[in-house]
Design a protein. Structure first.
Length: 239
């Protein structure tokens, strides 16, 4: 496997407060990698540092074997972040939110946005039904679909997801993870940050456990799901 994203000894934080302490991880082409851990572990900070939204104090982030630059450069080269709170334009329609997702492609001269939108509507038929509706009037599940659909409009090579199951009913969580599995099977690389450890490890190829800004365990997802410490701490029972 070829590593699309390689993070080495990454340190980052807020002001003088260091939150991440020497994080190293890889995301191979066409694989889904989960970052799991409790609230306050540094998961969102990690995604922000990778995407250049937060200054990196030390270490290195390589994307496509090149040092990761500014956020705009990463987005233009195919790395797209779906933030925890979805960051939708609530007073704009579903369709206009999707079109904004293709802005970087359009600016670069690629105007095939309508065909991409048709693909998004195939993945999320509900969005086609709601295409003229204001994003602020959508349900929680529909907002998550829109956030994912907007990211897919950029035709990403790497999708970074921050808590996609947050606030969703179990049925919707399963539906979202089925979509992610299908996207991975189509060749999209995914870095998934999740508190729902069981669901994340079920769909991922590899996993890292993050606690207090440091990686405390890692391994193939099915092996990690059998780790006694992971079971006792995150899966709610012992073996």
């Amino acid at each position: 496997m070829t590593a699309l994203l390689r993070v080495s000894s990454l340190q980052a934080g807020y002001g003088k407060v260091e939150v991440l302490h020497g994080i190293s991880l890889e995301v191979d082409e066409g694989r889904m990698v989960a970052i799991v851990g409790p609230n306050g572990a540094g998961k969102t900070t990690l995604l922000s540092a990778i995407m250049g939204l937060l200054p990196r104090i030390g270490g290195q982030v390589l994307y496509c074997d090149q040092p990761a630059g500014a956020t705009e450069t990463l987005v233009a080269s195919g790395a797209v972040l779906v933030p925890e709170r979805r960051a939708l334009f609530t007073d704009m329609s579903v369709e206009d939110n999707l079109l904004l997702g293709a802005y970087a492609r359009h600016r670069a001269g690629n105007h095939a946005t309508l065909s991409t939108m048709r693909e998004v509507f195939t993945i999320f038929p509900r969005l086609q039904e709601r295409r003229r509706q204001l994003a602020g009037t959508l349900s929680g599940g529909e907002r998550q679909m829109l956030a994912l659909g907007r990211a897919l409009m950029a035709r990403p090579r790497l999708l970074l997801l921050d808590e996609p199951s947050l606030g969703l009913a179990p049925l919707l969580v399963r539906a979202i993870f089925r979509v992610l599995t299908d996207l991975r099977d189509r060749g999209l690389s995914i870095l998934l940050v999740e508190q729902n450890v069981r669901a994340a490890l079920q769909v991922s190829d590899y996993g890292y456990v993050l606690e207090m800004g440091a990686i405390v365990a890692q391994g193939h997802a099915n092996v990690l799901a059998e780790d006694t410490r992971v079971i006792a701490t995150y899966l709610g029972h012992r073996r």
